[in-house]
Structure formats: structure tokens, C-alpha cells
Design a protein around this ligand. Structure first.
Ligand code: SF4
Ligand code: SF4
Ligand code: FES
Length: 228
């Protein structure tokens, strides 16, 4: 039996379940808050920062990630303020610049209003969302991969660069990765600065509007709710 708390998100009164996050509560009510690193079956770590919202309290507002913010009685959340939309657009722009060859990430960027990234594409093969590391640890208790390095050198790897015995070759790390679920082979090489538009991404990704969560498919096969 859930204990409920009342809160307001984007002007809608909703009933949250004590212990759940603002992001989960919003998604249950069909309120779209863009997100990438969140998966319902994994511990949230606030890695991608796409899910930021304004938490309004005592006349002040604080920007925070909704996937790490637990619902509280009387809470007021604005997931669609001008400030949040601007910050989220910048975050999405950096993500798609870092890793443009993922349709899921292109679609997220488009939804957040990024049509012409201001920076050159880097074409990294990882956005450091940590889905793979968490799945390996939490679904299979394998602890076979982890983050190494700092700054632009940071990436996911086996310890000592060798596959450990604990890796059971389940491929969960691959199947949950936004880079491998929806690879994009378009001409978005490092140095280019536009979406090629050859796939259907441009038509599949209407811009984010408050309360319009439709459990959209981002790219092909990447369900934003995290269920594959
Ligand atoms: S294939 Fe190996 S590294 Fe990947 S999730 Fe499974 S156990 Fe972990
Ligand atoms: S390899 Fe993929 S799943 Fe793992 S952190 Fe990078 S983008 Fe995320
Ligand atoms: S979904 Fe909340 S930080 Fe990534």
C-alpha cells in the first residue's frame, strides 16, 4: 500500500507515492520531462542532467535533477520554466555535440529545441550516462565495467582493460546503451555542425511541451520510459 503525498507539477495537482522521484511521478501522470540516464530498474545517479526542473520553495526556486528528487508533501515543481528550458537546451546541445551518432540523442536534442548545434560534433561513442555500468552492477552483480579517467578522457572500461571473469557476456551493457540501440550512420562526422535529416528523426521529435508525454520512441527502439 503506497503512502501518498500531494504535489504540483507544471500547475497540475498530482498524487505522488512516498519514496518515488519527481520524474517517476511526472511520467506516471503523462507529464513529459526529458531524460536519458534514468531507467526505472536502475538507481538514479543524475548523470545526464536533462531532467532538471525548478523546485519552488518559500518563494525561491532551485534547479535540480528530478530523477534524484523525492516527492514531498506540498512540493511545487516547474519543469517547463523559461530558465529550465534554456538550461535543458544547452545540456541537450552538449550531449548531441558529444555523441551525435545516436538517433535517441538527436531526438532528445530536437525535443529540447536544438536544431543547429553551435559546437562542432565530437563523435564520441559514449555520453557517460552510466546505464551500462549500473546494469552490470545492479542487474547482474557482475561489477565488470566502470568509469575511468577524468574530464574528456573519462570513459567506460573493464578494470585493467581486460575482461574480468565476472563478465558473463550478458550484453546488457550494450543493449541499454543509447549509442548502440539507435546508431545513426548519417554524415555527422566530427567537424560537421548540422543534423543530416536523412532519417525520420526530424519528424519524430516534436518539441517538448508541458504535459505532453506520449511515451515517445526516440530513434528506433529506444523507449524513453526505459523499457526495451
Ligand atoms: S556483458 Fe559483461 S560487462 Fe556487460 S553487463 Fe554483462 S556482465 Fe557486465
Ligand atoms: S557506454 Fe553507453 S550506456 Fe555506458 S555510459 Fe556510455 S553512453 Fe551510457
Ligand atoms: S535522467 Fe535525471 S539526470 Fe539523467
Amino acid at each position: 500500500m503506497h503512502q501518498n503525498v500531494d504535489l504540483v507539477i507544471d500547475g497540475s495537482k498530482i498524487s505522488g507515492r512516498r519514496g518515488e522521484t519527481v520524474l517517476d511521478a511526472a511520467l506516471r501522470y503523462g507529464i513529459c520531462i526529458p531524460h536519458l540516464c534514468h531507467m526505472p530498474t536502475l538507481t538514479d545517479i543524475g548523470a545526464c542532467r536533462l531532467c532538471i526542473v525548478d523546485h519552488i520553495k518559500n518563494g525561491r526556486s532551485k534547479v535540480t535533477t528530478s530523477c534524484t528528487l523525492l516527492v514531498q508533501e506540498g512540493m511545487v515543481i516547474d519543469a517547463n520554466s523559461e530558465r529550465v528550458r534554456g538550461l535543458r537546451r544547452n545540456i541537450a546541445e552538449l550531449l548531441v555535440t558529444q555523441a551525435p551518432n545516436s538517433r535517441a540523442i538527436q531526438d532528445i536534442a530536437l525535443r529540447c529545441g536544438v536544431t543547429e548545434p553551435r559546437y562542432e560534433f565530437r563523435s564520441d561513442d559514449c555520453v557517460l550516462c552510466g546505464r551500462c555500468v549500473r546494469a552490470c552492477k545492479e542487474h547482474y552483480q557482475a561489477h565488470a565495467i566502470g568509469f575511468v579517467g577524468r574530464g574528456q578522457e573519462r570513459h567506460v572500461e573493464y578494470p585493467f582493460r581486460e575482461k574480468p571473469e565476472s563478465c558473463i557476456m550478458c550484453r546488457a551493457c550494450v543493449t541499454l546503451c543509447p549509442m548502440s540501440i539507435t546508431p545513426c550512420d548519417g554524415p555527422m562526422k566530427s567537424g560537421e555542425g548540422y543534423f543530416c535529416g536523412k532519417c525520420a528523426s526530424l519528424t519524430q521529435a516534436p518539441q517538448y511541451e508541458a504535459g505532453d508525454c506520449t511515451r515517445c520512441d526516440l530513434g528506433e527502439g529506444f523507449d524513453c520510459s526505459g523499457h526495451l
